[in-house]
Structures are given as structure tokens and as C-alpha cells.
Design a protein around this ligand. Structure first.
Ligand SMILES: Nc1nc2c(c(=O)[nH]1)N[C@H]1C(S)=C(S)[C@@H](COP(=O)(O)O)O[C@H]1N2
Ligand SMILES: [Mo]
Length: 385
């Protein structure tokens, strides 16, 4: 082995946490023999991880690998979960296109497929459970492939995505309220839709999507909050105007205050890219001491560091798991906690990306009025026996 190669290997030891054999030390986070869980005291006894047949929250203490299995992945939606017959399913592409297009599931599967690893969280994900998140290996085609087939006209500015799920909604306008049917819809600006990143997925972790996950086809916008990932996708409509549907323009915004020139400015912003976040998911004990496992969710910007703090101690570096190193994956991290004493302790994590963004404290988010996008540091309580 020449010197350069050795340098590179040594470099990757520090970055990826490779063990002496060059194998990732942490890539199998399932409990090993003789390893036991340390209980969190901040998970309410009443916590319900399956509040309804079509709703599921991930129990993060059970993370057993880099990918969330299809029967564990969280699931949430606003209306019913539509039943779609794969034989008659069509994805239509309408509006400002040269060739209005209708694709069957087989048509989509015949296009050259690719894979995308993407983790995401619901913008409403928050303490104490933090379980509205997951990480998947998606199979499908880049959105650009099907938009190119239809051919976007010059005037096309906005690409709107509709699921087949719908419901009656009150649409308020000044002093009037109109009850009209709405389809779940979200939009992306043309240039981003054509960037090659947004993705049409028909499989996760190598198997067809489940009904929960939007069978047969969903949009995945890597690095964005879950709401963008339109499930049961049936129509892509291309238009020149802004799309102002309820789940795009009204339900998914954040009201927050920012001091500008000594004055508090209150603004509303649309839910889009995931805000940099980390939290501790599990603490275990084995003969060697205690092990802390956590999760980072982010917009794909490379991570500079993850740190863990125990009680009033100093921030200590944690190790990112090399099994979750791809750009849009969620990132698992590990921290070896030595010298834990019996009793209750507080553990908190903090992530920083290469642009210098640091995960904020809860206090720093005080001027955020609406509950979405809570990426605050989450101090957790554990009981050491
Ligand atoms: N068609 C449709 N797609 C949807 C939704 C919905 O209500 N209808 N909910 C969105 C929201 S808010 C989230 S967080 C994710 C959840 O995806 P999952 O159930 O696969 O985890 O789906 C998104 N896609
Ligand atoms: Mo969501």
C-alpha cells in the first residue's frame, strides 16, 4: 500500500468511524448480544405509535439499520388513503406541455430506472417522540424524464402534483367561506422540477410502495420536508401561474419573527427544505459502557459535526455512521458514553453543517409562532440503574 492510499484510509477512519478491519463499526445498530436498552423517562407511558390503522409513528428506539422497513416507516396524510388499481392507474401530464401524456405503471417501469436514498421527516415532527421520520431507498425515474417526454412549453413556470386523495374544504375569502372539493396538491418551480433531483418512486427498499407510502407512485423531493412527497400521484399539471392550494400555500407555512435593523419583522415562509436537526434515538448498555444512537435530518448540505452533551458537561464529538453517508439519507450517529453514574441524566445532541449552520436551541426558536419546522435541540432524560 503506498503512502497516499494509507493517508486516505487514515482520513476515512476519522470521518466515517471505520474499525480496525476497515468495516463500518456502527452500520448494524440492532441490539447486539448482551446489549440492553436504557429507558428514556421522557416518553409518556401513554405514547401511541399506531394511533389509527392508516397512521404510524416510528418508535426510534427500534432502529435496526440504515433504512426504515416498509412496515415501520411513519405514515400520515390529510384525507383518506385511496385504493388504486394498478391495472387502470394512469399518471397524466397536462397543461402547458407539447404532448399531453398519460403513463401506465408499466410505462413508468419500462423507463430506465434509478435509485435514490432519501430520508425525510414530516414538518410537524417534534418532541417527545420525533417519530414522524424515516429513511428509504427509492426506485423510480427522475421527474425530469417524464417532463421531457411531455415537453414543457416556454411559458411553463410551475409544476403542480396532485394525489388522487380529496376532500371537502372550507376555502375562506374575506368574509365568505366556500365549501369546495380539493385534491391534495403541491407544486415545485420549473427549474427545480427539471434539475434531475425530484424523483418519481414506485418502490422503496426494493419492493413496491405500500398503500401507506402512496402506492403505486409518489413524488420524492430529496432534502425537503415530507409534505412535498405527494403520495398516490395521479396528475402533474404544468402552468404559468403560482399554485395556491391549501396544502401548499396555507397549511404548510411558518410564521416567525426576525430582528432586522433593530425592528421585529414577522414573516411567513413556505415549508420546503428540511431544517438542520438531530436528536438522540436510543441509549444502550453493554459490558463496555453506554452507547448513544441518534439521527440527523437535513437538506443534503454536508455535515461538519454532530456533538453530544451529557448533563452540564462539555460538547463531545459523536461519530457519523458510514452506512448513511449518501447525500440525502438521514444520518445515524453514535457516541460512546463512559462513566455514566446511576440516576437520571440529560443527553442532548447538536449538529452543524459545512456552511456553519448550527442546530438551534429551543430558546432560539422562541419567535417561531407556528409549530411546524421544530428543529430545536432536544434534551432527553434517561435513567441509569
Ligand atoms: N397525496 C398525499 N400525499 C401526501 C400527503 C397527503 O395528505 N396526501 N401528506 C404529506 C405529508 S404531510 C407527509 S409528512 C408525507 C408522509 O409520507 P409517508 O406517509 O410515506 O411517511 O406525505 C405527504 N404526501
Ligand atoms: Mo407532514
Amino acid at each position: 500500500m503506498n503512502n497516499t492510499r494509507r493517508e486516505i484510509l487514515r482520513g476515512s477512519v476519522a470521518i466515517a468511524g471505520l474499525g480496525v478491519l476497515g468495516l463500518p463499526e456502527w452500520s448494524m445498530p440492532a441490539l447486539a448480544q448482551g446489549e440492553t436498552q436504557v429507558p428514556f423517562t421522557d416518553i409518556p407511558a401513554t405514547a401511541n405509535f399506531a394511533p389509527a390503522p392508516d397512521r404510524r409513528v416510528v418508535d426510534l428506539r427500534k432502529i435496526d439499520g440504515p433504512f426504515t422497513s416498509r412496515d415501520q416507516f411513519y405514515t400520515i396524510q390529510h384525507y383518506n388513503q385511496p385504493e388504486i388499481d394498478p391495472a387502470t392507474y394512469r399518471l397524466s401530464i397536462s397543461g402547458l406541455v407539447d404532448r399531453p401524456t398519460s403513463l401506465s405503471l408499466d410505462d413508468l417501469r419500462r423507463l430506465r430506472s434509478s435509485e435514490l436514498v432519501a430520508g425525510f421527516e414530516c414538518s410537524g415532527n417534534r418532541r417527545p417522540l420525533q417519530g414522524l421520520c424515516g429513511n428509504g431507498r427509492w426506485t423510480g425515474v427522475p421527474l425530469r424524464t417524464v417532463l421531457d417526454r411531455a415537453g414543457l412549453k416556454n411559458q411553463a413556470r410551475e409544476i403542480v402534483f396532485f394525489g388522487t386523495d380529496r376532500g371537502d374544504e372550507d376555502v375562506e375569502f374575506r368574509t365568505n367561506t366556500f365549501k369546495v372539493q380539493q385534491q391534495f396538491g403541491r407544486s415545485l418551480p420549473r427549474d427545480f422540477a427539471m434539475s434531475g433531483e425530484p424523483f418519481l418512486a414506485y418502490a422503496m427498499n426494493g419492493e413496491p410502495l405500500t398503500k401507506n407510502q402512496g402506492f403505486p407512485v409518489r413524488l420524492i423531493v430529496p432534502g425537503w420536508y415530507g409534505v412535498s412527497n405527494v403520495k398516490w400521484l395521479s396528475q402533474i399539471h404544468v402552468q404559468d401561474e403560482q399554485y395556491l392550494g391549501k396544502f401548499h400555500a396555507r397549511c404548510y407555512r411558518t410564521l416567525h419573527g426576525e430582528m432586522i435593523d433593530g425592528e421585529m419583522k414577522w414573516t411567513e415562509t413556505a415549508i420546503s427544505k428540511m431544517r438542520l436537526k438531530s436528536f438522540i434515538a436510543r441509549v444502550t448498555k453493554d459490558a463496555g459502557g453506554h452507547k448513544v444512537l441518534g439521527v440527523v435530518l437535513h437538506d443534503g448540505t454536508p455535515i461538519k459535526s454532530v456533538e453530544v452533551k451529557v448533563d452540564e458537561g462539555a460538547w463531545q464529538p459523536a461519530t457519523l455512521d458510514s452506512a448513511t453517508s449518501s447525500k440525502y439519507a438521514w444520518k445515524l450517529f453514535n457516541y460512546k458514553w463512559t462513566g455514566a453514574t446511576p440516576g437520571e441524566h440529560t443527553l442532548v445532541s447538536r449538529v452543524t453543517d459545512v456552511t456553519g449552520r448550527v442546530q438551534p436551541t429551543l430558546e432560539a426558536l422562541e419567535t417561531k409562532k407556528t409549530f411546524l419546522e421544530d428543529n430545536s435541540q432536544f434534551p432527553r432524560k434517561v435513567m441509569i440503574s
